[in-house]
Design a protein around this ligand. Structure first.
Ligand code: NDP
Length: 338
């Protein structure tokens, strides 16, 4: 197998030197195991956290190990009763062309339901994150106003679409005019604001201007200037689903961030409810999520936008780009043909 391993831990933003492409010998699959060929690799912001040797909700990738990642693959050899050669599966297979994996850790896909790549995006972990954040964390309701950051991304794009289906007013914050135009014209956001153009104060003024009844829910993906702009605009008893804080993942901007006492005071005086969540805690609802959202992908109520990079060797560069906002839609690498 050709694989991308973690060569060194980044300090700040990851660089290409942090990754190494290697040829690995795979053993034969044992009982209950499968040999799979990867078709699609998912690149996700959480992988930045796995590159650090820091305590988190999941263990870091060890130096020299294959980078962790969700993938869609074809079964070449199966020693598991639940799978046969030719099946299409998804699971945490890693940044690799081939792998030997336990069948119990995979899920079989039905390619007739939707394009198989959607199992890594709208019908996979990011879509589930959007669904869980909206329904289980925010308990968002018809008629409320929600603001979504990274509004056109893998998670944010689905949050917007699901908010629309609920009959909410939904506002977005995204990086750049092109993403904002896509948010309003294609995803149906009532308004979208560019976090690059203004400072936090100007961003706040723009959001407040588009939300005459205030903002009830904030789906927080980024932290940074956007968080600083949004919190004062939240209504009394507003809710924040704290999903991610990508603006700070590489340490940039942390020193200039809004001081904690100021944020704490805002939470107190506006009686905000802030809840962090990790999608894996909600996987018991995956079936409910798929039953609701798969038909919405089928009939176009949930748009699919993918940002595809060709070739596993280009995964590190695509990952670094994505962390800086260079992706437009769900970030995927085409590792092999389908
Ligand atoms: P996206 O497809 O949204 O890609 C990341 C986006 O983050 C970029 O496109 C960019 O969008 C935005 N971004 C990057 N840097 C900044 C910055 N400095 N300021 C503002 N925005 C920035 O990724 P995902 O949808 O996969 O993930 C979105 C968030 O959700 C991440 O924080 C991720 O860690 C989190 N997440 C959390 C999960 C959980 O279980 N809690 C599960 C899955 C994801 P733009 O150009 O619009 O700024």
């Amino acid at each position: 197998a050709t694989a991308i391993t973690l060569a060194s831990r980044p300090s700040g933003k990851p660089t290409p030197d942090n990754f190494k492409q290697e040829e690995l010998e795979l053993g034969d699959p044992g009982t209950g195991e499968l040999l799979v060929r990867v078709i699609w690799l998912s690149l996700d912001p959480y992988m930045r956290g796995r590159m650090d040797d820091a305590k988190s909700y999941a263990d870091p990738v060890a130096i020299g190990d294959v980078m962790e990642g969700g993938a869609v693959a074809e079964v070449l050899v199966s020693n598991h009763d639940g799978y046969a050669a030719g099946d299409i599966v998804t699971g945490q297979i890693g940044w690799t062309s081939h792998a030997v994996v336990s069948g119990d850790e995979l899920r079989k896909l039905d390619p007739a339901i939707a394009p198989i790549s959607t199992a890594l995006g709208v019908l996979g972990m990011p879509g589930m994150t959007a669904w869980a954040g909206l329904n289980e964390i925010l308990k968002a309701k018809e008629g409320e106003t929600i603001l979504v950051s990274a509004a056109t991304g893998a998670v944010g794009g689905v949050v917007g679409q699901l908010a629309k289906a609920k009959g909410m007013r939904f506002l977005g914050v995204a990086g750049g005019a092109e993403k904002c135009a896509y948010a309003t014209e294609t995803l149906g956001y009532d308004a979208c604001f560019d976090h690059y153009a203004p400072d936090a104060r100007e961003l706040r003024r723009q959001i407040a201007g588009a939300a005459p009844d205030g903002v009830d829910c904030y789906f927080e993906n980024v932290g940074g200037k956007t968080l600083e702009a949004v919190t004062p605009v939240l209504n009394t008893y507003g809710r924040i689903a704290l999903c991610g804080m990508i603006a700070w993942y590489s340490g940039a901007g942390v020193a200039e961030a809004m001081p904690l006492p100021k944020m704490w005071r805002t939470i107190l005086t506006q009686r905000l409810r802030v809840q962090g969540f990790i999608v894996t805690d909600h996987f018991d609802r995956f079936g409910d999520f798929l039953r609701e959202v798969a038909p919405m992908v089928g009939d176009g109520r949930v748009a699919v936008k993918e940002d595809v990079t060709e070739g596993l060797e280009n995964a590190p560069a695509a990952f670094i780009e994505m962390l800086g906002g260079g992706n437009f839609g769900k970030t995927l690498v085409r590792v092999g043909p389908y």
